[in-house]
Design a protein around this ligand. Structure first.
Ligand code: CA
Length: 92
């Protein structure tokens, strides 16, 4: 019988699953896939023009190598930032 997975191993697998839900077989997220991810993972986000502008800005910031798509590592940085922000909020 294999050992139960540690919390960190489970977290890694969940992130990998999440990423591939939106990247499909392409191994990167384009703007459309990124939009879908934000809509589904943050369902209470409104769709005002301002929010769309923010989403585009978020995409540009996350796209470190400026190739117009988000790699596994680029989305990982965004998720790490989100986790850090959530942690900050919870500490208050
Ligand atoms: Ca990129």
């Amino acid at each position: 019988m294999s050992k139960p997975k540690t919390q960190l191993q489970q977290l890694a697998e969940q992130y990998i699953d999440l990423y591939h839900t939106y990247s499909g077989n392409s191994d990167s997220l384009d703007k459309q896939a990124f939009k879908k991810m934000l809509e589904e993972q943050f369902p209470d986000t409104d769709e005002s023009p301002l929010k769309q502008q923010k989403r585009d800005q978020l995409f540009e910031e996350a796209d470190i190598n400026k190739d117009g798509k988000l790699s596994f590592a680029e989305v990982g940085r965004l998720v790490a930032k989100f986790i850090a922000e959530t942690h900050e909020k919870l500490r208050k």
